[in-house]
Design a protein around this ligand. Structure first.
Ligand code: GAR
Length: 220
C-alpha cells in the first residue's frame, strides 16, 4: 500500500485470529501499517505461530515473571518503545495491562471487546450476552484507559443473536465482525483521523459516524 505505514505492536494471548486479520489486511493492501512486534503473555499462544510464519518479531512477556505489575509494565514499555511502534493493538490479550503502561502510551492503546460496550464487560462477553438473552450483541473497539473495558469507543458492529445459536456459533459470528472492524480502525489511526477529546472519539471525515454496521459501507 502506498503512503506512510503506521508502526504497530500487537498484544495477544490466544488463537490470534484478530492478529491474522491485521496481517491479511496489510497483505491485501487495505491497511497501511507494519507490525513491528507481537507481544504475548503466554508462551503457548497459537498467535505466536502466526508471527513466526510471517517473520514478525515477537516477545513472550508473562506477568508472572515479574515481582509486581509495575515491573511487568516497565518491561512492556521498553519492548514497545524499542520496537518503534506508535500504536499498541490489544488483540485477545487476556490480561489487564498495567497502569504505568497505559500512561506511557496515553490514547495510543486500543482493544477489541466482543460485546457492545458498556454491556457485558470483562471475561466471556459472548457467553454473558447469550445467557442474558439479548437479541443483539456485537463488538467494540475502544481506547484503553485504566478502567477495564470503559475507554472511549471508536467503532462498534452489531451482531444478531439467532434462535439456533449456541455460545460458540454466536462467538464465531461476532469474531467475523471483529476481523472486519479492527483493521478498519487501525487504518483510521494510520490516516491520523482518530481524535480523542473529553473522553470521546471523533473519526475525522467519517461518512457515517463510527458505526461500521453495513459491510457495503465498509469498502476501504
Ligand atoms: C476475541 O473474541 C476478542 O474480542 C476477545 O478474545 C478473542 C480473541 O480471539 N477479547 C476479549 O475478550 C478481551 N476482553 P483471537 O485470539 O482469535 O484474536
Amino acid at each position: 500500500m502506498e503512503g506512510k505505514k503506521l508502526p504497530i505492536a500487537v498484544f495477544v494471548s490466544g488463537k490470534g485470529t484478530n492478529l491474522q486479520s491485521i496481517i491479511d489486511a496489510i497483505e491485501e493492501g487495505k491497511l497501511s501499517a507494519e507490525i513491528k512486534l507481537v507481544v504475548s503473555n503466554r508462551s503457548k499462544a497459537y498467535a505466536l505461530e502466526r508471527s513466526k510464519r510471517q517473520g514478525i518479531p515477537y516477545k513472550v512477556i508473562p506477568s508472572k515473571s515479574f515481582k509486581n505489575e509495575q515491573e511487568w509494565g516497565e518491561e512492556l514499555i521498553s519492548a514497545v518503545k524499542s520496537s518503534g511502534a506508535k500504536l499498541v493493538v490489544l488483540a485477545g490479550f487476556m490480561k489487564i495491562v498495567p497502569t504505568n503502561f497505559i500512561e506511557a502510551f496515553k490514547n495510543r492503546i486500543i482493544n477489541i471487546h466482543p460485546s457492545i460496550l458498556p454491556s457485558f464487560k470483562g471475561l466471556d462477553a459472548q457467553g454473558q450476552a447469550y445467557r442474558y438473552g439479548v437479541t443483539l450483541t456485537g463488538c467494540t473497539v475502544h481506547i484503553v484507559t485504566p478502567e477495564l473495558d470503559a475507554g472511549p469507543v471508536i467503532a462498534q458492529a452489531v451482531v444478531p443473536v439467532l434462535p439456533n445459536d449456541t455460545e460458540e456459533t454466536l462467538a464465531q459470528r461476532i469474531l467475523k465482525h471483529e476481523h472486519r472492524i479492527y483493521p478498519q480502525v487501525i487504518q483510521w489511526f494510520s490516516e491520523g483521523r482518530v481524535v480523542v477529546e473529553n473522553g470521546k472519539v471523533t473519526v475525522l471525515g467519517a461518512r457515517y459516524g463510527t458505526l461500521p454496521f453495513n459491510p457495503e459501507l465498509e469498502k476501504f
